[in-house]
Design a protein around this ligand. Sequence first.
Ligand code: ZN
Length: 170
Amino acid sequence: MMKLLLRLPVAGVAEAWPTETACRERLIVARWPGGIRCPKCESGQIGFLEKRKNYRCKSCRLQFTAQSHSLLHRSHVDLQKWFRTTELLIWHNAHHPDLNYPTGHDLKDHLEISYAAAHAIKKKILKELLLPDGGLLGSCVSVGPAVYAPADVLAGSSDELLWYDAHITT
Ligand SMILES: [Zn+2]
């Protein structure tokens, strides 16, 4: 997994985006940095249906939300829990690349969701983090570009860990 630069406040995601609304706004900016676009036809002519809290593409008429057509589609888990899990997995990867990731059981207690949901979102997030810039969720919680240790730092060495420690957490 690439190393993503977490530049979050001390209390992390919970402090940076304390509410579902704040998380949704963050998701929108991370997903569409140049303004909301239709997930189907890429049009930028987008309206908002106040009643249904949906966006509507004026070109192809698709109705969508910030989560539609992404790994968050139809998820019943709070956005902030997705963000917190992403943060945890990136942190874990940066600090303990030699240890197993937290299990679905660990996450279930941490997030107060079912084991099945915890296991499923962990799998999806780990897959997402392999994408450039950590995919959608990596982009949401990593305020800053992905970073790579310079070529003269041996991959897998303790020097590499120290390098990332110095450069990833703030
Ligand atoms: Zn469209």
